[in-house]
Design a protein around this ligand. Sequence first.
Ligand code: KIV
Ligand code: NA
Length: 268
Amino acid sequence: MRAKDIREKAGVDPITMLTAYDAKDATVVDEAGIDVVLVGDSMGNLRLGHDSTIPVTLDEMLSATSAVSRVVENALVVADMPFLTFGVDEARSVENCGRMLKEADADAVKLECGEHTVDLTRRLAQLGIPVMAHLGLTPQGENETGLFRQGTDEESARRIVEQAEAHEAAGAFSLVLEHIPANLGRIVTERLDIPTIGIGAGPDCDGQVLVVDEVVGLTEGTAPFGKAFGDVRGEMQRAVADYKEAVEAGEFPADEHSHVEEDLDELY
Ligand code: KIV
Ligand code: NA
């Protein structure tokens, strides 16, 4: 998949997108035929033990994106740019985004957007770095905005529409809309030509994205707009408990898990 293929699905076929953070989950997601694999900075909360995305580093995202890119064969691989690695100054932003493509083999980058990313989006697109924009709830701004639903009043809804149009005009190939009213998700989707991909943005977006940990049931509970389609956490807990019990009971390893070299019986 290329960014262009995703852009062309807008209004034609629903776009499916999930996060992945390593080669193992990326393989499962890609083999299922998901269109877009996002190496999200949600890795900070979900895999690195942080309580926000703020501490995630460029090196951590480069490493995770490399692992995902090595195994993905069909999906578009999008690398999330972590807090303060973009939008501070243009040269450094371009260099950091470029590293995701040059070193980690990503196909595109995702930026949590605002007024400060319009010109950057234009520059990146000109340089051949496809940009997925992200508006609505942008968790890197949590110290400014909190982690609340956005676009709930007229002023903030208009701001999201204006920013969406500005980033489309600047050359973004798609737009993630997070945790906004469903009717605002529909309005933005109708006003844009590029695809909208919603997470907690209602059913009328061109696509949907969730974090893979919630979808497979690896987290304890989900966001209000998330859904567990499996119980991987329960299955891991069962397997680990059974292993512990088997070792403690002397049942593991059994004969079939061991190898005896007869000659060694006479060693001492
Ligand atoms: O980091 C992430 O997982 C994301 C998605 C929720 C869109 O940004
Ligand atoms: Na993110």
